[in-house]
Design a protein. Structure first.
Length: 730
């Protein structure tokens, strides 16, 4: 293996032999193949503090772009392998080692021998105990652009980053292959779906785009009802007059401007389809939208509501992004109308509910959606993971021009929907100001008793801080603290325990010397807990705000909730835990780890509450009913790792909801109290527990309802990937 020439491009300072300092958030190295094009190029990155999230950019003659970029993972030690001879069009590579300032070591070597490269990689990852979960190998070879190194073995992952336009085109191609076989060619005498479009002074080109998108749908399957709300613009009136005889289109000319709710209700009354879909007058349908929705209706006869993904477009309807949505989640819906377009409603139920209501301008669809879904079972509400709707980002829309009014009306709708005891709920802003937080914590009910279970051994600095924070920084009067100690010998810790026992009768300390087993420590604490709620809390947690526990306890107001997790930040205020996605990395992983604390995530999901399949046991609140039904943590199969994931998945199978909230934010000094996870013994144990998780929960094929099927499952920050099939409704 020989050193390969590279040069710093920007944002970097040399701090020693092979040691660099990133001095801004956009450091970059440049590698050129003008003089040398080896068979294999091996890039090694390592940092002692924090973590790095390198990205490779390929220049194929069009300079560097996001369309040809590859995220290499996240961690302290990362290795990637590039095969330049398999990339004859690539002229240069740019390596961005990290999105944050920090110090790291970099080495880049090359080899023309596969055997030599593999031996060196084996020594790097295993011989020094560095085969950790963060290590990743990257090689763009033929049809397998990404190779991941897990437990020392290479596994190809069908993952690469594409631009939205290319991805959308390929998705439509999959739909085109499937569409002729949909709905079995049966067309009823009347259309199945009625698309209702309220219009008012709509520009001609928007109406042309909308009509063109309707014309390419399967004929006879759907109708479009244009309900004009007394337009005064001449070009709009002329267009409507010119298309009165358009096949499949009904045009209503309401005599006066009564508002979007009235216009929509008039369109509903004129609709003949068994299903109603609402379209904004400045948007459009994707090809095959109607036939794929019809198939979803046919395959799921008990469904009462179906919603789809969205393609985001500019004013010219060119793709710029996606709204890739999770499966139905009423908790997420209470913070943001993530469902929105395109949705199908049963016309019968729409009529029963009286249609849209006046007085909710800008959020009339949100108010109706909350009413419509109320009382339906989760199994009657389906998500079709297909971008069936083209949402034009146009600042002319009502909600864009009158955001404050739309937000006020959204909160009015939520306040009524979550009313309790004859009083409307209090709804305030979320971490994004125009999104929503229902203040269950302000309801004047007796606070349930919380038992806080904290495993510890020695770690005086950590245990003393977390106990002090619970005493002085936590606004929750009804709690008990249970410390499970597996053999402290530090006299300062023992003295602290004795002092606590004298000063605070609510504190229980149990000391029993034994090898550390996190699940066993938790189970011991569970046996001593007397609370209605039981909080699992790591000793390396730092409390920074007083109302965090009230917020977590308040989340049990959502029906069927059995577990609540908090938002955890690293000491540098980047995200450590915003929830766990089961199936990430073939097992389970935190998503958006290392992103700034202000990062909103897709559809601002990280700024509101939501349901997830799992949350970390570092700060996990469990209801007693849930614990008594699910049982104890598994001490044998998951002594250290994945015991929290296993518990959450078992709870989910029994029908319990797992809620994550960003309104309870704490600092997590992750693994500060443990020794290295990278000793040979710990690596063997970690791999065994990974295997146990896969064997019990089939995580390598697990389809997490919180994650869209079009997202990659191989890195913390998911992005759209290409599949070989269209995912079914779920």
């Amino acid at each position: 293996m020989f050193a390969f020439p590279f040069r710093p491009l920007s944002g970097l300072r040399l701090r020693g032999i092979a040691t660099w300092q990133a001095i801004d958030e956009d450091p970059a190295f440049l590698l050129s193949f003008r003089l040398l094009r080896p068979r294999f190029l091996v890039i090694r990155l390592e940092t002692a503090a924090g973590a790095i999230d390198p990205v490779l950019y390929l220049d194929t003659g069009k300079n560097f772009s996001e369309a040809e970029s590859f995220a290499l993972g996240y961690g302290k030690k990362l290795v990637c392998v590039v095969a330049p001879r398999s990339l004859p069009d690539v002229r240069r590579i740019r390596l961005d080692p990290s999105s944050r300032c920090g110090r790291f070591r970099l080495s880049i070597t090359w080899s023309n021998s596969a055997r030599a490269m593999q031996k060196q990689l084996a020594r790097d990852s295993l011989g020094k105990g560095q085969g950790n979960a963060h290590a990743a190998l990257f090689a763009r070879l033929g049809d397998d652009p990404l190779w991941v190194n897990t437990a020392g073995s290479l596994r190809p992952a069908k993952t690469h980053v594409v631009n939205v336009a290319d991805h959308y085109s390929q998705v439509l191609g999959l739909a085109a292959l499937l569409a002729p076989h949909q709905h079995n060619g049966r067309i009823d005498a009347r259309p199945l779906i009625s698309f209702v479009v309220p219009t008012f002074n709509t520009p001609r080109r928007y109406l042309d785009d909308l009509l063109a998108s309707f014309r390419i749908q399967e004929q006879g399957l759907a109708q479009m009802v244009l309900s004009d709300d007394g337009s005064t613009l001449q070009e709009t009136k002329a267009w409507l007059d010119a298309h009165r005889s358009e096949p499949g289109v009904v045009i209503l000319r309401n005599s006066e401007n009564r508002g979007i709710a009235a216009a929509t209700n008039a369109g509903i009354a004129a609709a003949v389809g068994a299903w109603i879909g609402f379209i904004d007058h400045d948007d459009a349908l994707s090809p095959h939208a109607a036939v794929l929705l019809a198939k979803a209706v046919e395959v799921n006869p008990n469904a009462k509501f179906i919603y789809t993904d969205e393609m985001i477009a500019n004013r010219s309807l060119q793709p710029t992004g996606y709204f890739l949505k999770p499966a139905y989640d009423p908790v997420l819906l209470s913070g943001v109308n993530y469902i929105n377009h395109l949705s199908l409603y049963s016309k019968e139920r729409v009529i029963e509910l009286g249609g849209l209501r006046e007085g909710f301008q800008g959020s009339q669809d949100y108010e109706f959606l909350l009413r419509y879904l109320d009382g339906l079972g989760d199994e009657q509400i389906l998500h079709l993971p297909y971008p069936a709707y083209v949402w034009r980002r146009d600042q002319r829309s009502y909600s864009a021009r009158f955001m404050a009014t739309a937000t006020q009306h959204a909160r009015k709708a939520l306040a009524g929907h979550y009313a309790s005891g004859g009083h409307n709920a209090i709804v305030e802003e979320a971490l994004t100001p125009n999104l929503h937080r229902i203040r269950f914590d302000l309801i004047k009910n007796p606070l349930p008793k919380v038992s806080i279970v904290i495993p510890n051994r020695d770690a005086f600095k950590l245990i003393s801080r977390v106990l002090a924070d619970l005493d002085t920084k936590t606004d929750y009067p009804n709690l008990e603290i249970i410390v499970i100690d597996n053999g402290s010998t530090d006299q300062r810790v023992l003295d602290l325990y004795q002092s606590l026992a004298c000063q605070n009768p609510r504190t229980i300390v149990k000391i029993e010397p034994e090898p550390f087993n996190f699940a066993r420590s938790i189970n011991k604490g569970l046996r001593h807990a007397a609370g209605d709620l039981i909080l699992l809390l790591n000793n390396d947690i730092e409390i920074t705000e007083s109302g965090w526990l009230r917020e977590m306890a308040a989340c049990f107001a959502y029906p069927r909730t059995g577990i609540v997790g908090a938002r955890l930040l690293y000491p540098d205020r980047t995200i450590q835990h915003a929830g766990v996605i089961v199936g990430f990395g073939e097992f389970a992983g935190h998503w958006y780890i290392g992103k700034p604390h202000s990062f909103p995530g897709p559809m601002a999901r990280l700024h509101v509450r939501q349901s997830l399949s799992a949350v970390t046991g570092a700060c996990m609140l469990i209801s007693r009913a849930c614990f008594e039904k699910v049982g104890f943590f598994d001490e044998e199969s998951f002594a250290i790792a994945y015991n929290d994931i296993d518990f959450c998945l078992r709870a989910g199978r029994l029908g319990y909801r797992i809620v994550w909230t960003p309104f309870a934010t704490l600092v997590h000094h992750e693994s500060a109290s443990r020794g290295s996870d990278e000793t040979p013994e710990n690596i063997v144990r970690f791999r065994r527990e990974q295997a146990n998780l896969e064997a019990r929960h089939a995580t390598s094929t697990f389809q997490d309802r919180a994650c869209n099927p079009w997202y990659t499952r191989h890195r913390s920050e998911p992005s759209p990937v290409m599949l070989d099939h269209l995912p079914p409704a779920r």
